[in-house]
Design a protein around this ligand. Structure first.
Ligand SMILES: N[C@@H](CCC(=O)N[C@@H](CS)C(=O)NCC(=O)O)C(=O)O
Length: 254
């Protein structure tokens, strides 16, 4: 990778899809600047200031984050394309790639969404947690603007960003179903694809991180778990104690 290349990462900072991109850049030792955006503002910024529109997929809009922009203007849209590009561009591949796609699809399409839904359900419902999360992750101007807009349009904003009780319950089931599947595979081998670390392992560990904390090294400020309701605390304790959760924490720490 050329040393003159400058990289800029556009994020909604607390999302684990974005942490996956940060992980890849860190692992590839690629210096970058992060532009951190709050939900809704990300659409305006990506669409009208950057003029970028990505592919819509099952889990997000055409303006979803992360987006990696190179100084020549090329934009890579999406956590998995960013991870794969960095892996391939590096002089020696960082990770094994063969046959990881089935796992990666499962984690990207289902695990990441279940983590996002679970975390946002509990964090966004409690305004003290929500405002702390926003305040500690972006600059004062963006935070103040969001609060001002929220004063006038709280209802429509909350109806878009707050998951429902039903989707939260489905997300919890998905989490344990995927954790059980991962743990069953790890009974036979140390990593998901055999005896070497692969992209699939990293995607699992990074996308799960917000529910396996505190995870030192997470690239955004996250509210302490003690401030969340009991239901959330019991849920994350179970995930952390699950064999797949213990294994993911190890991978994440490496
Ligand atoms: N397919 C995307 C999913 C990422 C994703 O869901 N990002 C969320 C983070 S909260 C997002 O930006 N959502 C806003 C949107 O879809 O406009 C990827 O892998 O990067």
């Amino acid at each position: 990778m050329g040393t003159t290349e400058q990289y800029r990462l556009i994020t909604i900072p607390f999302s684990s899809y974005n942490d996956l991109a940060r992980w890849a850049l860190g692992r590839g030792q690629i210096p970058y600047r992060e532009t951190k955006l709050l939900p809704f503002f990300h659409v305006a910024y990506i669409r009208w200031i950057l003029g970028i529109r990505g592919e819509q997929d099952a889990t997000s809009s055409p303006y979803s984050t992360p987006i990696l922009i190179q100084n020549r203007g090329k934009a890579i849209h999406g956590s998995i394309p960013i991870l794969k590009t960095i892996n391939e561009m590096h002089p020696t591949p960082l990770l094994n790639t063969p046959q990881s796609d089935t796992w990666i699809r499962l984690f990207h399409d289902h695990l990441g969404v279940a983590v996002r839904t679970s975390f946002y359900f509990f964090a966004f419902r409690d305004s003290r947690i929500l405002w702390k999360l926003f305040k500690n992750n972006v600059g004062w101007f963006q935070y103040g603007l969001f609060r001002a807009v929220h004063l006038v349009c709280a209802k429509p904003i909350d109806s878009v960003i707050n998951p429902t009780e039903d989707t939260k319950n489905e997300a919890k089931e998905t989490m344990f179903r995927i954790f059980d599947k991962v743990a069953a595979t790890l009974k036979k081998q140390p990593y998901l694809l055999g005896d070497k670390l692969s992209l699939a392992d990293v995607v699992f560990a990074c996308l799960s991180a917000p529910l396996l904390g505190p995870t030192p090294g997470y690239g955004a400020w996250m509210p302490p778990y003690e401030e969340f309701p009991q239901e959330f605390q019991t849920y994350v304790r179970k995930l952390c104690a699950h064999p797949a959760g213990r294994w993911a924490r190890q991978i994440y720490a490496e």
